[in-house]
Ligand binder design. Sequence first.
Ligand code: ADP
Ligand code: MG
Length: 592
Amino acid sequence: MDIINILPDSVANQIAAGEVVDRPAGAVKEMLENSMDAGATQIDLVVKDAGRTLIQVIDNGSGMSDSDARLCFERHATSKIHKADDLFAIHTMGFRGEALASIAAIAQVELRTRQHDSELGTQVTIEGSHIVDQQPTVCPAGTSLSVKNLFFNIPARRNFLKKDSVEFSHIEEVFRRVTLIHYDLGFTLTSNGKLVYDLKAGTLLQRIAGLYGNAYKERMFSVEEQTDLVKIRGFVSRPEFSRSRRGEQYLFVNGRYIKHPGLSTAVERAYGDLLPERSYPSYFIGLTVDPSKIDINIHPTKTEVKFVDEHALFAILRSAVKRALGQFSLATELSFDTPEEFNLPPAPKDYVPSQPRISYNPNYNPFRASGSQTHMKLEKPEKLDNIDNPDNLDILEPLAKPEKPAATTGSCLQVQGRYIVTPLASGLAVIDQHRAHERILYDKLSTLNSQLSTPNSQTLLFPVNCTFSAADAEMLGELLPDIKQYGFELSPLNQTTFVITATPADLKEDDLQALLEKLLCDYKGSTMQKYNNRSESLCASLARQMAVRAGTPLSQEQMQQLVADLFACPLAEVSPSGKKIITIVKPEELLK
Ligand code: ADP
Ligand code: MG
């Protein structure tokens, strides 16, 4: 019995579609690339319901003839290669002739297209690979392709789609990858009737600003290098504008977005220790190399690439970025080990500096078991007002919370500008000052949030205007009630600008724009993971940014206060992001 049969085209195309168009963003990428291949200079992307109900791309490119308008939906229909040899000299984004056939197999598609020298255009309607209608039409020169109800005939795929915010963020990412490197073309993105991006043709820096907000113009250094092997052009962020996650990192080779962990490392290494712990630079770098020196696995959805001279490329890129950073003598200005980072709060007005002195408690014995008479109660900060008065050091009670390390005399010592070392009954505690402060602030901010109490805020002498990308501004608008809860007072001025009139009382940060951007960036990065809800994630981000940095010298009082506040936290051992705060060096280890 014969059991083999040839699949109908519509089924074969549906299967192929699984590879090319796995989600709305996949169709968006193919459609944008087709418009660029058609020589368009203005490309408008319109989506509804994150591409679920509509993806439309309108371009002013070459347009198609009547018969091409039908043919383009056939499998292996392409105008971009004619013979196998052409494969080695490809200058277009697509060439497999698969995308439109795939899209037409899984959606209701309407194409309106006109060539510049024709008077009339043509309109084709196609549904699940079947042409429903074709007729002449009056339309602008160029092409408008509308893809409606994606996966209408494959419920399993449709149900597999994530919620709109997730699908839209995939679309936005595709849009960024395409528009960042094609900054010489104009693009818009409209979502549910709202213009999200309006990008005019211009320079790379203008494009970055168009996508991420004007503030980016001031925080980028230009990177340029030309060798026999590679031409490098792009921008890297100043170290102080680094991010808590690897978000804004874009590498392009010969006009295509690529992922290359090796080259990404090269860029990050160039920063050396200019970057604070757990933070990553933003960069937008385009490389131009001889196409014979790379092996792009030219699969429509792949972004991997291999270079012949990978080591040399690594070294060239790293030194180019290093030079860009060095030109502005950052290396000396911003080293986190130098005292430039001083960020001490101003002294109270009646403060009289006193001679430094060493105070110690002669009865203190670090090796004595807890509960002895030499333990200080550390749960209420007010008790510590006069802590550096040696007379007070003997008012000692057993610790109220036995699970806490029992603090003793607290003659705190700061080591390497980042650790506070303090003796405890159980040994020597080495406390990470930044993480400790992060924990304290996090607990404080979360209480504010849960008790819905009035936050402590400071009114700004001069209100500050902050401008964001349209997408970020929208997100900030949504988060406004939560952010106000922490003591910020801000209101929208227009679609992308907010005016800030007050900030949380504890906030020392003076670059509010950067602070809010980090807040949004952290929020975007964390919504899916780690934190249970948005206020948790916002608290964590604010606490991290407000916390005293490593490298900040602390006075004895500040250290004492920090240690006391820390031990008053129910979870003093770990930072909100799960990092260890305290390491105890045991007496027996000291003895060794
Ligand atoms: P490929 O891009 O690999 O050639 P596609 O299925 O994406 O395959 O497109 C098929 C053909 O349809 C293209 O080769 C091109 O000739 C034509 N085409 C698609 N989109 C456009 C457009 N926006 N403007 C002009 N022609 C287009
Ligand atoms: Mg294509």
